[in-house]
Ligand binder design. Structure first.
Ligand code: 3HC
Ligand code: NAI
Length: 703
C-alpha cells in the first residue's frame, strides 16, 4: 500500500486518509493510491461504509496544478475516471472535510454519497482563477446536488463558501462543531447510515437541474455577464459546461466537461494564470530569508500622515484587529484623516459589506495623535507624509529618537531612495520601504523595498504581516520607482510621444483596454493626478532633459491646471463619470508637434501595442538583470496587482514569453531605426533580452 494514503479498518468502517502534504493535491500517485484503497475497501466484505479524510488536518486542495499541461495531468487513473469509479462503489462513501475542499478536492467529495465537515472549513471550485473549469465532474454533479443557479455562482465566482453556507446550500449533510472531533463525527454518521440501511448514494435532489430555471436563463445570463468577461475564455467554458448539465444525461455531460476542460487546460490563458499562481507562492521566497529567520512581533502599528495613503494603510491593520495610531501635524488634518476612514467604512456598511458592530470595532482600533511620544512603543511605524526627501528624512530622525529599539521603521515612498532615508537614522537595518498602492485598503500589491542594510528579520516580518493584511508582498531593490513605477516611465513616455505623432489619448487607451488592461495609461494618469506625475518627472529632469518631447503633453496639461479627474480635465474631459475625448488636447498635441518638428501621421493599433508594451517589457527585463527584482514572476505580480495588467496574460514578462522574446527584440530594434533620432534615443534593447535571444531561450531568467 502506498504511503500517500493511510488505510484502517475499524469494526465495519474503512478509514482512508489522504497523506500527501502539504495540501493533498491529487497528482497521479495520490490518485492511484486512493483508487487502490477504495477498491480494497469496496471488495472487503467486512467493510460496510468508507470514510475518506485528510491525514494532515486538511482534506484536499484539488488537482495537482503542477501537472497541468503535462501528460501526468490525465495519466491513469485520471481524476474524472477515479471519481466515476468511486460513484460505482455500492457502499456509502463519506467525505470528511477538514479545513478545505477545493476544486478537485470538492469534486472528490461530490463523488462520495455523503459529506460531513468541520465548521471552520471552506468549500469551493476556484478553477476559474486558473483559467479552468471544474473538470472532474464538478460542473455536472454540483448542479444536480444544489441546483444549477447556485452551482453556477460558485464556479463563476471561484470563491469558496463557509461550511455553514455549504450546509444551507445542501452541499453538506452534516456539520461538526469546533472541538467535537470531526473524524469521530464521521464515524458516528457512518454508523447511523449503516444502521438505517442508507443507500450508497442518496437520490439526486436536482436530477433535472434545469427544471427550476426560467427558459431563457442562459441567454440572459450570457447577455448580462459577457461584457465583464472581456477576452477571458474560462467563464464562457464554465457556462457551457453548466448548460450541458441542464440538457444532457450525466454520462454525456461528464464527457462534454472533460472536452471543455482540456480546451481550457491547453489555453494560453490558463497557462498564464497557473504561472501567476506559482509566482505568488514564489514571491515569498526571498534570498537571505528562510523559515528559521526570526520574526519580530507586531502587535501595534503607527502611521505618520493621515492623508490619502496614510488613512488607507491604517485601515488594513484595523481590518485584521491590529490597533493603529495615526500621527499628524495639525488637529484638522488628523480629524479629516479619521473622518475619511469613517466615511470609507460607512460606504461599506451601506453596501452591506460591513456590519455596524464591525465598523465600531475597527474605528475603536484607530487612535489619533499629534505627539510622537504616543508612538514610542509601537512595533511598526509606517511613514506616509509628503513625497519629499528632506521632509521624510526629518520624520525618520524623529522616529530614531523616540521609537523603542527593535521597532520597524517603514516608508511608503513611491520613488525616493530608501537607503538615503535609512541613512539619517542610527538603525538603518530596521528601515524598509512599504510601498502601498492607492486605494491602499483595496489594492493587493505591496512592494517591499529592501534597503542595502535592511535586516533579514525585518524583511521576513513584513512579508508575513503583508499576508496577514491580505496583500501580495513583492520584494524590490532600491532604484528610482522600484519595480512598478520604473516600468511605468517608458510605457507612459511612449504613450505621450504617440499623442504628439498623431494618436489620440482615447485611441491609445483603447488598444490597452482591448488587450485587457483595467485602464489605459492616459486615463490612469488622469486618475492618479497629472500634477503628481509632473512632480515625479521634476525630480529627475536631468535624466530626461535630452528629450524635449518627453511627456510634453502632460507637462503642458499640468501648467494649464488640468490635473485629471480631480479637476474634471486632463487628457480627457470628465462629465460626471463619463470620460470624453477633448479636441483641445489634440490641438495642443498638434501645436507641440509643430514646434518640435515631429511629423504627424496615422498611428496603427499594432504600433501602439508594440511601442507601449515592448518598452514596458524591456524595462522589466532590465530590472531583472540589475537584480532589482529577484525573478520575472515578481515583476508580473507587480503589474497585475498594482497596475491592472490582465492576469490571464500572466503579467508583462510572461506575455513577452508568449509573444516570443525574439519578436519583442526585433520590434525594439525596428523602432530604433524607424523612429530616427527619437528611436536612437530610447529604443535600447535590454542587454539581458539580447543575451536571452542569442542563447535561444524562450523564458525570461537571469543569464
Ligand atoms: N496543486 C499543487 N500544489 C498546490 C496546490 C495544488 N492544487 N495547492 C497548493 N499547492 C502548493 C503551493 O504551491 C505551495 O507550495 P510551496 O510550499 O512549494 O510553495 C503549498 O502547496 C502551500 O500552498 P499555499 O502557500 O498557497 O498555502 P496556504 O495555506 O496559504 O493556502 C490553499 C492553501 C488555500 C489550499 C491554497 O494553496 C490554494 O488556494 N490552492 C489552490 C486551490 C485550487 O485552486 N484548487 C483547484 C485546482 S484545479 C483543479 O482542481 C482542477 C480540477 O477541477 C480537475
Ligand atoms: P497626502 O498629501 O494625501 O497626505 C500626506 C499627509 O501627510 C497629509 O495629511 C499631511 O498633513 C501629512 N504630513 C505631512 N508632513 C507631515 C509630518 N512631518 N508629520 C506628520 N504628518 C505629515 O499624500 P499621499 O498621497 O497620501 O502620499 C503620501 C505618501 O505616499 C507619499 O510619499 C507618496 O509618494 C506615497 N504614495 C502615494 C500614492 C498615491 O497614489 N497617492 C501611491 C503610493 C505611494
Amino acid at each position: 500500500m502506498s504511503t500517500l494514503v493511510t488505510y484502517l479498518v475499524e469494526d465495519n468502517l474503512a478509514l482512508i486518509g489522504l497523506a500527501s502534504p502539504p495540501v493533498n493535491a491529487l497528482g497521479q500517485p495520490l490518485r492511484a493510491a486512493i483508487l487502490e484503497a477504495c477498491d480494497r475497501a469496496a471488495s472487503d466484505p467486512a467493510v460496510s461504509a468508507i470514510i475518506l479524510h485528510g491525514e494532515n488536518g486538511l482534506f484536499c486542495a484539488g488537482a495537482d496544478i503542477s501537472e497541468f499541461g503535462l501528460a501526468a495531468s490525465f495519466a491513469e487513473p485520471s481524476l474524472p475516471d477515479l471519481l466515476v469509479r468511486l460513484t460505482q462503489i455500492d457502499k456509502p462513501l463519506i467525505a470528511c472535510i477538514d479545513r478545505f475542499a477545493l476544486g478537485g478536492g470538492l469534486e472528490l467529495a461530490l463523488a462520495c454519497g455523503y459529506r460531513i465537515s468541520a465548521t471552520g472549513s471552506r468549500l469551493g471550485l476556484p478553477e476559474i482563477n486558473l483559467g479552468l473549469l471544474p473538470g472532474a465532474g464538478g460542473t455536472q454533479r454540483l448542479p444536480r446536488l444544489i441546483g444549477a443557479e447556485p452551482a453556477l455562482e460558485m464556479m463563476m465566482s471561484g470563491q469558496p463558501v463557509s461550511a455553514s453556507h455549504a450546509l444551507d446550500l445542501g452541499l453538506l449533510d452534516r456539520l461538526i462543531g469546533e472541538g467535537d472531533g470531526l473524524l469521530e463525527g464521521a464515524r458516528r454518521f457512518a454508523r447511523e447510515l449503516i444502521h438505517e440501511g442508507a443507500p450508497a448514494r442518496p437520490a439526486e435532489r436536482h436530477s433535472n437541474p434545469a427544471a427550476a430555471l426560467p427558459e431563457d436563463f442562459f441567454t440572459r445570463y450570457r447577455a448580462t455577464h459577457e461584457p465583464r468577461w472581456k477576452n477571458r475564455l474560462a467563464p464562457r467554458l464554465v457556462l457551457a459546461a453548466v448548460e450541458s448539465a441542464c440538457v444532457l444525461p450525466l454520462n454525456a455531460g461528464l464527457q462534454r466537461e472533460v472536452a471543455l476542460f482540456k480546451e481550457a487546460e491547453a489555453s494560453s490563458q490558463s497557462q498564464a494564470l497557473r504561472h501567476v499562481f506559482f509566482a505568488e507562492r514564489e514571491a515569498g521566497k526571498v534570498a537571505g530569508v528562510s523559515a528559521s529567520t526570526a520574526l519580530r512581533p507586531v502587535a501595534n502599528v503607527a502611521v505618520i500622515g493621515a492623508g490619502t495613503m496614510g488613512g488607507g494603510i491604517a485601515m488594513n491593520f484595523a481590518n485584521v484587529g491590529i490597533p493603529v495610531t495615526l500621527l499628524e501635524l495639525k488637529p484638522d488634518a488628523l480629524e479629516r484623516g479619521l473622518g475619511q476612514i469613517r466615511n470609507s467604512y460607512e460606504i461599506s456598511l451601506q453596501r452591506g459589506k460591513l456590519t455596524q458592530a464591525e465598523l465600531d470595532k475597527r474605528m475603536a482600533l484607530l487612535t489619533g495623535t499629534l505627539d510622537y511620544a504616543d508612538i514610542a512603543e509601537c512595533d511598526l511605524v509606517i511613514e506616509a507624509v509628503f513625497e519629499s526627501l528632506p521632509i521624510k528624512q526629518q520624520v525618520f530622525r524623529t522616529l530614531d529618537e523616540v521609537c523603542k529599539p527593535g521597532a520597524i521603521l517603514a516608508s511608503n515612498t513611491s520613488t525616493l531612495d530608501v537607503d538615503q532615508i535609512a541613512a539619517v537614522t542610527r538603525r538603518p537595518h530596521d528601515v524598509i520601504g512599504l510601498h502601498f498602492f492607492s486605494p491602499a485598503n483595496v489594492m493587493r500589491l505591496l512592494e517591499v523595498v529592501r534597503g542595502k542594510l535592511t535586516a533579514p528579520e525585518v524583511l521576513a516580518t513584513v512579508l508575513k504581516l503583508g499576508k496577514t493584511i491580505g496583500k501580495i508582498p513583492v520584494v524590490s531593490g532600491v532604484c528610482f520607482g522600484f519595480i512598478g513605477n520604473r516600468m511605468l516611465e517608458p510605457y507612459s513616455r511612449e504613450a505621450h510621444r504617440m499623442v504628439l505623432e498623431g494618436a489620440t489619448p482615447a485611441q491609445i487607451d483603447q488598444v490597452l483596454t482591448d488587450l485587457g488592461l483595467a485602464m489605459g495609461v492616459m486615463a490612469m494618469h488622469d486618475l492618479a493626478g497629472i500634477d503628481v506625475s509632473f512632480l515625479v518627472r521634476e525630480s529627475r529632469r536631468e535624466a530626461i532633459a535630452h528629450d524635449p518631447s518627453y511627456c510634453r503633453v502632460a507637462d503642458e496639461l499640468n501648467a494649464l491646471g488640468r490635473f485629471g479627474q480631480k479637476t474634471k480635465r486632463g487628457a480627457y474631459i470628465y462629465e460626471g463619470r463619463e470620460r470624453k475625448e477633448d479636441f483641445e488636447v489634440i490641438a495642443l498635441a498638434e501645436r507641440i508637434a509643430g514646434e518640435l518638428h515631429i511629423p504627424r501621421r496615422p498611428i496603427t493599433t499594432q504600433e501602439i501595442h508594440d511601442r507601449c508594451l515592448f518598452m514596458l517589457i524591456n524595462e522589466g527585463v532590465q530590472l531583472l538583470d540589475e537584480g532589482i527584482a529577484e525573478r520575472s514572476g515578481d515583476i508580473d505580480l507587480v503589474w497585475i496587482n498594482g497596475y491592472g495588467f490582465p492576469a490571464w496574460l500572466g503579467g508583462p514578462l510572461h506575455y513577452a514569453e508568449q509573444i516570443g522574446l525574439d519578436v519583442v527584440l526585433d520590434g525594439i530594434r525596428h523602432y530604433r531605426k524607424a523612429l530616427g533620432e527619437y528611436g536612437e534615443m530610447w529604443f535600447h534593447p535590454a542587454p539581458l533580452l539580447e543575451r536571452l535571444v542569442a542563447a535561444g531561450k524562450t523564458r525570461i531568467e537571469r543569464l
